[in-house]
Structures are given as C-alpha cells and as structure tokens.
Ligand binder design. Structure first.
Ligand code: GDP
Ligand code: GDP
Length: 509
C-alpha cells in the first residue's frame, strides 16, 4: 500500500521522536540457549527492562520487555526466554496456548534466533512449525547467533546460511550477540519493516488525533483506509461477559490474565487476525484488571472506558440479556452514558447483547423474541442522535458467535471509513434535499423561512468518522433541523446507519 504524501517524505522516519507505546514490538524467539537473552541485553543496552509474569499452568514465567536501540531505530523488544524454562524436559509446543496469547499477541515482528555453529537443530524446526501455525501473519527474520567465529571464514558462513534456509523463512542474517558483529545487518533487515509499520500506524492515529482539523486534502490519500488495522474496545459493566467474549474472539483459553506489573496499559494491545484483517483490542488489560478490583463497585469500571473510547475506532458495548429482562430496560445509566459518549466522540458503536443462552429455554422463548425486538428500539430512544446502531445477540459462553460479532464490527468499521465521491453526493443532494424540505434561515433574522434553500454544494472532507461540509450561499444558514434532516437522509440513502456522521456548514459567496 502506498500512501501518497508519505512516499514523498524527504527525511527518513525519526524513531526517536515516537512515543514508546506506539513503537512496534519485536519478539526474540528460539530454542533454549541460542542467545536470546544475550541479544535482548545488547539491544536494550543498560536500559531498564520491565519484567512481568504470566501465570501459566500455575508456574510463573517471566517475559522481559525493553526499548531496543539499534542505530537510529527504536522498537519494543520482548525476550521470550523465560517462557521456556522447561523446554528441555517438555516440548515447547505444549505451552503454545499461553505463549501465543501472551507473547505473539504483543508482537508485530519476530527475530527467530538460531545457533550458527550448531546448524539447524530439531528444536529449531519445531519452533518454526509452531510459529507458522500460531502466528502466520508474522514472517520472522532468521538470525544465526554466535557467528563470530564464522565471520573470518566466508565459506563456513555461507554454508551455515544455506542450511538455515531449510527453516523456510528466507535468508538468515549472521550475528553475534556477545560481540556485536552483524548488528548492522540486523538493522538493515529490520529498518524497512519497522518503518513501513510505523508509517501505517502514524497515518492511522494521526487521523484520529486531528479529527477536528478538517483537512480537505485528506481525501487525496491513495490508501484504502478500511483495510488499515481496526482498533476495537470492548466496554461494559463488570460481569456482563467481556472477558468471556474476549476469549471467544481470540479463540484461546486464556489471555492477558494476571498482573502486568511494570507495563503501562498503553503498551498492552492484544492483536488477532480475522479474515485476513488485523484487529487490535484496545485496553483489554486495563479493564480486566479493573474489573477484578471493582467487582461490587459495579458502576465505575465503565467510566474508565472513556480512555478506551478515544483510542478505539469501534466500541463494542456489551449488555447482559438476563439483566435487561429483569430490569425491563435495555441500558442502565452508565451504559447510556458510554454509548452517547461513543457517538459524540465519533466512534463506531456496536451493541452486543450477551448471555442470550439464558433466555433460550422453552418457557422463555417469548422473552428471547421480545428482547431482540425491544432492545434496538430502546437504544434508538435513548440515543436519538444516532439512528440505526447495530445490535447483535450472542452467547459468549457458547463461543459460536465469533464471526457474528466480528462481521458486524468490520461492517461498522468499513462504513466508518467510507468516502463518498463529491459528484455522487451532489447528485444525491439535488434529488434528496428539495427546496421544501429545508428550513433555511438568514443569519441576521429569526424570521427565516427563506423560500429556497441556499445550499450550493456538499462534499466529504474526512473519513473515520465520515465528515461532510455543506456550503451555503451568502448569509443564509441551515438550521439544526436541516442538518439533522440531511444527516438522516444521508444515512438512509448511503447505508450509514449507526455511524456518527458529522456535517459542518460554511458560507460561500
Ligand atoms: P537463551 O536461552 O536463548 O536466552 O540464551 P542465553 O542468552 O542465555 O545464552 C546462552 C549461552 O550462549 C550463554 O552462555 C551465552 O553467553 C552464550 N552466547 C550468547 N550469545 C553468544 C554469541 O554471540 N556468541 C557466543 N559464542 N556465545 C553466545
Ligand atoms: P466481565 O466482568 O464483563 O469480564 O465478565 P466475565 O466474562 O467475567 O463473565 C461474568 C460471568 O458471566 C461469568 O460467570 C461468565 O461465565 C458468565 N457469562 C459470560 N458470558 C456468558 C454467556 O454468554 N452466557 C452465560 N450463561 N453466562 C455467561
């Protein structure tokens, strides 16, 4: 994907100016004793490493994370060595579930370390197989460590490199963590990958950060924004089933549970793939932790969702079907607040009614039907500013609704990213917005009731969320009712229900 504008960037990307939380994460993988920790230590220099542990089979293992400095490159690096304390006795593959969830979920890239002197070891093949299976999206860079003695004899280096190709991840690079030889080759291999990644991330978040600076040139981007990674936040009150849903989405038994000592929440982003698309789960560690502390103080954990809101593109608000049935209304106050806020902040909102299995019994089948009918209506009533918010009904516990949820999330995201061509919009404007449908006021008089609308033209200036400018001629001004009317018609005619559309007006003479 080329993003015009970035390609013409004169200077190379300056990694030192990027916030740590945004930097890509590189995990160092490999069988025991190949020198993972040695490489990790070299990359982070003497800087502090954060150590956190993952309770896994009741054994605590350490994962170290640090900020790597390699020339002018900066990235976050994970040392997976602590995960394999028992690898000599048992198979590495035995603990794949927790490793996948905890390490790969945090990683964007991988360095697959081997021992140049030992050649391809059976355990190397196992690591390769495991990586292919659990993180097919990560194409590792193979680095033959302990190469220092081979550097003197080109032949032996070439032979070793040839053999490493058997791993199936392309040409290896030769390094020595202990002496520092080969670090430049490591730099050369990583730089384009990390830079490409960073440009995508920066572009992605820049749009989110500057959403009030309606840059009219932004529609000139060549990139299909709907294919950029989607950031999803799952929010809701404690006990509605967020963790259960998260597990169903990740298709893992356990994710990110336990203490994350030392790691900032920003640093933790769970990532998974669905239909070839990368989805980031924002802030999951945050609320997992909070919920644990706040069971009982049921109302508050939702409020911390405000931060998630600002980081995410799409908000999935989880409700509890049984509670709805008992309380006879769809949303409690805290939930209404968060839903409204999501809309106000311009995020895509998807409402998920969970625990539908509890209503499935024969004697309850009526309530099952009823709830599917009533909830969308009620949501419409409490959030009138956003018509057509999608609602899905699921049972996270049964775990079969993964694609229902994700398809809805992606659908909403794509609409949220959509751009409507100006010509099409103006053809639409002429047909849909007739003179009699608007109530145009003169800016200087409240008598208003101008006979003809003074709308000149209409254009989309920005996506994510779709933002439009309507140009009004002279001193007339569209009323709130007019804007609401245009918004509603636009949503209906372009299938943008539930998307927080923004319309601004400007005067032209
Ligand atoms: P890990 O289990 O993969 O984390 O491996 P370690 O980092 O603990 O290293 C295992 C052993 O290999 C240690 O004795 C290191 O000193 C040694 N080692 C690490 N890197 C190199 C290297 O580049 N050259 C040589 N000769 N030994 C190394
Ligand atoms: P969280 O606090 O929002 O993360 O909620 P949890 O995922 O911890 O779930 C709270 C309780 O609801 C647990 O006992 C779950 O087993 C249960 N639960 C979650 N989803 C469902 C569901 O779809 N059906 C039923 N019957 N129970 C569920």
């Amino acid at each position: 994907v080329t993003v015009r504008g970035f390609c013409t960037r004169a200077a190379p990307l300056d990694f030192t100016k990027i916030k740590i939380a945004r930097l890509p994460t590189v995990v160092i993988l490999g069988r025991p004793n190949v020198g993972k920790s040695a490489l990790f230590n070299r990359l982070i220099r003497r800087r502090e490493a954060l150590v956190y542990n993952t309770p896994d089979d009741h054994v605590t293992r350490d994962i170290r994370e640090g900020v790597a400095k390699l020339g002018d490159l900066r990235f976050r690096v994970l040392d997976s060595a602590g995960l394999e304390a028992e690898a000599s006795s048992g198979s590495i593959l035995h603990r794949t579930a927790s490793m996948t969830a905890n390490v790969l979920a945090r990683s964007n890239f991988a360095l697959f370390l081997t021992d140049a002197r030992a050649g391809v070891h059976p355990l190397d093949l196992e690591v390769g197989k495991w990586l292919r299976k659990h993180a097919p999206q990560i194409k590792p860079i193979v680095a033959m460590n302990k190469s220092e003695s081979l550097f003197d004899a080109d032949d032996s280096l070439a032979t070793a490199a040839n053999e490493m190709c058997r791993l199936g991840f392309g040409d290896p690079i030769a390094i020595s963590a202990e002496t520092g030889l080969g670090m430049h080759d490591l730099y050369v291999s990583l730089r384009p990958l990390l830079e490409d990644y960073m440009l995508r991330v920066l572009k992605d978040t820049d749009e989110g950060d500057h959403e009030n600076s309606h840059d009219e040139n932004s529609s000139n981007l060549d990139v299909d924004e709907s294919k950029l990674p989607l950031q999803l936040a799952i929010v809701g009150r404690p006990n509605v089933g967020k963790s259960t849903l998260l597990n169903a989405l990740l298709q893992e038994d356990r994710v990110l549970v336990g203490p994350e000592a030392g790691l900032t929440r920003d640093a933790i982003r769970t990532q998974f793939e669905f239909q070839g698309r990368t989805i980031y789960l924002v802030d999951t560690a945050g609320w997992l932790q909070r919920t644990k502390q706040e069971k009982g103080a049921a109302s508050l954990s939702i409020m911390q969702s405000r931060k998630s809101l600002l980081r995410a593109h799409i908000i999935a608000l989880v409700l509890d079907a049984e509670e709805i049935l008992n309380a006879r209304r769809s949303m409690k106050h805290a939930e209404v607040v968060i839903a409204r806020r999501a809309v106000e902040e311009g995020r895509g909102l998807v409402v998920i009614v969970n625990k539908m299995d509890l209503l499935r019994g024969k004697h309850k089948s009526l309530s099952y039907e009823k709830i599917m009918e009533v909830v969308p209506q009620e949501i419409q009533t409490v959030i009138p500013q956003a018509t057509g918010i999608p609602v899905v009904f699921i049972s996270a516990l049964e775990g079969r609704d993964r694609s229902t949820v994700l398809n809805q999330v992606i659908d909403t995201y794509e609409k949220w990213c959509s751009r409507l061509p100006t010509a099409r919009l103006n053809r639409w404007l002429q047909k849909a917005i007739t003179p009699s449908s608007l109530f145009v006021m003169s800016r200087h008089s409240w008598k208003g009731q101008a006979a003809h609308p003074k709308v000149k033209y209409f254009t989309q200036v920005k996506a994510r969320p779709p933002t439009f400018v309507v140009f009004v001629r002279g001193k007339t001004q569209l009323s709130h009712t007019d804007i609401r009317f245009i918004t509603k018609s636009l949503k209906e005619d372009f299938d943008l229900g539930g998307i927080p559309i923004r319309i601004m007006q400007r005067s032209v003479t």
